[in-house]
Design a protein around this ligand. Structure first.
Ligand SMILES: *[C@@H]1O[C@H](CO)[C@@H](O)[C@H](O)[C@H]1NC(C)=O
Ligand SMILES: *[C@@H]1O[C@H](CO)[C@@H](O)[C@H](O)[C@H]1NC(C)=O
Length: 440
């Protein structure tokens, strides 16, 4: 992957050099008073003139368009759809609109540096499943949500520096995304421009609490999030029952455990830790059991999951977190769970505020994962809403007096959630939640 990135960068440099050389040539030509010549296999080379065709060429079997310095304000509809690299540096693009690039499905790199971009709409990068490299440096971007990047699952090289970042709550999701260790090539060198007391701080390392002052009532939880208490493992797995057939299963339910037991057999496939007293899942809690496929943690009172708690669980298919005390997931918690199929989230006090967005977008992005029971419990105004509906309303910036009407409408997310409910065949749980609604 790094090699690919390097190659792409080299190509960018080459393109830049080539452009310089060409500029030199055209200047010479102008001085000599000669007419422009045709370049091999491409359009007329004439710079600083809008509306002229861009250079389209193929290099190492990949199609490029070089539209640098054309005073463009957008991508143009007549460009070939099979472009893999788009060079749009030094134009006059102000805004990236929804679906602006959606017909260029093969695009691997997109160079938008040195434009005037100040606004990127949420679905501007829709359809760019193959994009690995995105250059946005030297623009006028002040705020940006992580949401714009959910359509770019392959993105591994992102440039954001030389933008006047306003380091406020609005870029908190972006900052947390950039700070996930695996995203080490995303957003390096970008710095806050405002507010004055944060000027010069790097987005890569700034503490997100500085961006988003905490609300009073979530403070105890947040403090935990900053320094998760280390609970010493107190027991080893010998108190659990072990079954070898049909799959290696360790049954540790109802053992009054306060932490994951030690010495779990390394090839355990199913681990039942339900009905214990585990409050915190610490970093690398399941490091010893890389083959785990089914993990049951229901009925524990779990309050906090370290972002690296599930690290290494690449084979996990089922995860049961029903009936715990979870308010949200910290950024990163789900990142290693490549093969997750079913996720039970019911009966947790999900808190519908900004911190729930990560969980929601992860699930939306990983649409093959079936999940059950993601419903707001607090604050009061969103109680009983599907989290998807809350997130949608968050972005609609709906005036407060319109909210009740909105709450009656069925949204797409509701529909999806409901379909999942039907397919899940967990009737007892369903009845349970209906009863809850009746009583509350
Ligand atoms: C939820 O978990 C608690 C322990 O944390 C347990 O006492 C309670 O019975 C569980 N509720 C259900 C419905 O299983
Ligand atoms: C997870 O818990 C729910 C009840 O909340 C139950 O219906 C479901 O079967 C459990 N799944 C697993 C894999 O344990």
């Amino acid at each position: 992957m790094r090699l690919v990135t390097l190659t792409v960068l080299l190509l960018f440099c080459k393109a830049a050099e080539f452009r310089k050389a060409k500029n030199g040539r055209s200047r010479n030509r102008a001085e000599n008073g000669k007419a422009g010549r045709l370049r091999k296999g491409s359009g007329t080379v004439k710079r600083y003139a809008p509306g002229l065709p861009c250079d389209v060429y193929t290099y190492l079997h990949e199609k490029y368009i070089d539209c640098q310095e054309r005073k463009l304000t957008s991508a143009l509809p007549d460009w070939p759809e099979d472009l893999m690299h788009m060079l749009l540096a030094r134009n006059r693009i102000h805004k990236l609109e929804n679906n602006m690039f959606s017909k260029f499905r093969k695009l691997k790199s997109l160079d938008l540096q040195q434009n005037d971009i100040s606004k990127i709409e949420d679905q501007a990068f829709f359809g760019l499943n193959k994009l690995t490299t995105l250059l946005l440096q030297h623009n006028r971007i002040k705020i940006l949500s992580e949401e714009v990047f959910i359509y770019l699952p392959r993105l591994n090289y992102l440039r954001l520096y030389d933008n006047p970042w306003h380091c406020s709550c609005e870029i908190e999701t972006l900052v947390t995304m950039l700070q996930v260790p695996r995203n080490r090539n995303l957003g390096n060198y970008a710095k806050c421009e405002s507010p004055p007391h944060l000027k010069g701080q790097k987005l890569k390392v700034i503490r997100s609490e500085l961006l988003c002052p905490l609300e009073e009532d979530i403070q105890p939880y947040q403090q935990m999030a900053l320094s998760p208490p280390v609970v010493k493992p107190i027991v080893d797995s010998s108190i659990c029952h072990i079954y070898m057939f049909p799959i290696l299963t360790l049954d540790c339910k109802k053992k009054e455990l306060q932490d994951i037991p030690t010495d779990i057999p390394q090839d355990t496939v199913k681990l039942d830790l339900s009905n214990n007293n585990i409050k915190v899942l610490r970093s690398k809690a399941f490091d010893e059991v890389p083959n785990l496929e089914i993990l049951n943690l229901r009925n524990n009172g779990i309050e906090y999951i370290d972002p690296a708690a599930f690290s290494g669980l690449m084979n996990l298919k089922e995860l049961n977190l029903s009936n715990n005390s979870l308010h949200n997931f910290e950024y990163g918690v789900l990142e290693d769970l490549y093969f997750l199929k079913n996720l039970w989230l019911r009966d947790n006090p999900w808190r519908c505020d900004y911190h729930i967005h990560y969980l929601f977008y992860w699930l939306r992005h990983h649409y093959t994962v079936n999940y059950y029971g993601l419903e707001c419990k607090t604050p009061e105004e969103y109680k009983g809403w599907y989290v998807g509906k809350y997130v949608q309303s968050y972005y609609e910036e709906c005036p407060k007096d319109k909210l009740p009407a909105h709450a009656d409408q069925d949204t797409e997310e509701d529909e999806k959630e409901r379909q999942k409910e039907h397919s899940s065949q967990i009737q007892t749980v369903k009845q349970h939640s209906v009863m809850l609604t009746v009583f509350s």
